[in-house]
Design a protein around this ligand. Sequence first.
Ligand code: PLP
Length: 318
Amino acid sequence: MPSYAFLKNKFVPLEEAKIGILTHALHYGTACFEGIRGNWNTEEEQLYIFRCQEHYQRLLNSCKLLKISLPHSVDKLCRLTAELLQKSGYKEDVYIRPLAYKSSEALGVRLHGLEDDLLILVTTFGPYLDARNGIKCCVSSWIRPDDNMIPPRGKITGIYVNNALAKTEAIENGFHEGIMLTSDGYVSEGSGENIFLVIDGRLVTPATYDRILIGITRDTVMKLAKDELGIETIERHVDRSELYTAEECFLTGTAAHITPVVEIDHRKVADGKIGKLTKRLQKLYFDVEFGRNKKYLHWCTPVYTRPASSAKTRPRAR
Ligand SMILES: Cc1ncc(COP(=O)(O)O)c(C=O)c1O
């Protein structure tokens, strides 16, 4: 079955989805995007888009920052995404990438007086970080930009140069991920993930004022911890040294799911094994994300109107 993309207001075969070399966003980072998971539920033969509404609401907020106006509501964007997945006939886990961008073929640094467009593409996507065994992190030498530099609450392509610098520095120094600090020295986030610590049995995470992307997985984890485990999350400044003394640490993100951190700056997190609370949250999160926990089915948008009974599925170990 051919894959499709959504570009310039229509569905086009993927190989025909091209943009010109003068496209403004390519030169100046004037685009914003989302990363959304579609999770294949084998038992139900259903593809569930996880928290589609929230992702598109965040996209529209990022668009406001960049003066991009899209002629679509959140509901319409969710419908378009489901239609795109149906058309391509995906029956496996997918990663959906909507990108709203300054589409004028024009040079010149600005946001005003340019045309906007939305593209949506879909790709299959393996594990992003090792959520089974846990990862080793370093504190990055790259600092998260302040809100009055490039607002980190917007998922803006241009700001991701900062994230890429941190990620590559971490990998080249033998770590899996870099944790960035704010300009005043507080813990902010990973290059593509929010961070949580367990301190005195309670969850702690950098607050929204600490230059984070306000993650949808972060929100999911806070709600599940409270409603299913009775554990509140404290949103506050987090000191660098708390990374070294926490009882548990994990990263959250659409791509990363819940990834345990077992070592930071060559210091083991507790005994260097995956923490108990982290494990419980991972299990809860996976069941919810795949539509297996009916209480949270309102977060899962089904792609197929009835079970795709003819589906040939690849078995997935989860
Ligand atoms: C910089 C950054 N922080 C945090 C996140 C986690 O956000 P979410 O859980 O909405 O995927 C991401 C991923 O999109 C990210 O790129």
